[in-house]
Design a binder for this molecule. Structure first.
Ligand code: HEM
Length: 163
């Protein structure tokens, strides 16, 4: 039988169809949307996460001392922003593009590995980021958004060597 044109387009199940990094289109859209809200006050969120994290895990401040044991406040302050900038980059670029994801992950994991940061420390900070963002989004935080954030954190942890 002759082919009928136009050929019917395959139905896509947007809820279950995932990209090469495992994110559904719903997750990508929901996360981008939620992050637009976080970005409006990124400095505030960075400071809150930083204060909560270092209040509970005071000993990590040692990672930010120089060779003479002096606290490097500039680097410590910069790091609080670097953390959420990393999430912003991954949400806006990484989850759609495996090359950008890998570039960021290799830069990020090397920076930490070489400074002796353990995988467990990363887990603690990721927990602090996640719980702060979920609380900040409040009722806007759907299970889709929470699931997508969990996936980003799993990708970060998978990329980090066990030390
Ligand atoms: C969610 C987890 C984390 C993210 C996304 C993150 C992000 C970053 C980024 C992007 C940099 C590079 C900064 C730059 O070059 O400007 C960096 C450096 C660094 N991070 Fe983290 N970080 C995380 C967890 C941690 C933890 C748990 C510690 C230890 C308590 C830590 C300690 C450091 C140190 C010591 C540096 C090097 C700072 C420097 O010399 O400039 N990071 N981090």
């Amino acid at each position: 039988m002759a082919t009928l044109y136009p050929v019917p387009i395959k139905d896509i199940d947007y809820k279950t169809e995932v990209n090469s990094l495992g994110f559904t289109l719903y997750e990508e859209a929901a996360l981008l949307n939620a992050w637009r809200y976080v970005k409006q006050n990124i400095q505030y969120h960075s400071h809150e996460i930083f204060l909560n994290f270092f209040t509970k895990n005071e000993h990590f401040i040692g990672q930010f001392r120089d060779q003479n044991g002096k606290l490097n406040l500039v680097v410590l302050y910069k790091h609080s922003k670097s953390v959420l900038f990393t999430f912003t980059y991954l949400i806006e670029n990484g989850i759609h593009d495996v090359r950008r994801m890998n570039l960021m992950l290799s830069y990020w994991s090397r920076a930490h590995y070489e400074n002796g940061v353990r995988r467990n420390d990363i887990i603690l900070l990721c927990d602090a980021v996640l719980s702060h963002i979920v609380e900040a989004l409040g009722c806007k935080c759907t299970t889709t958004i929470k699931g997508a954030l969990d996936k980003i954190i799993l990708i970060l942890l998978d990329a980090y060597p066990e030390i």
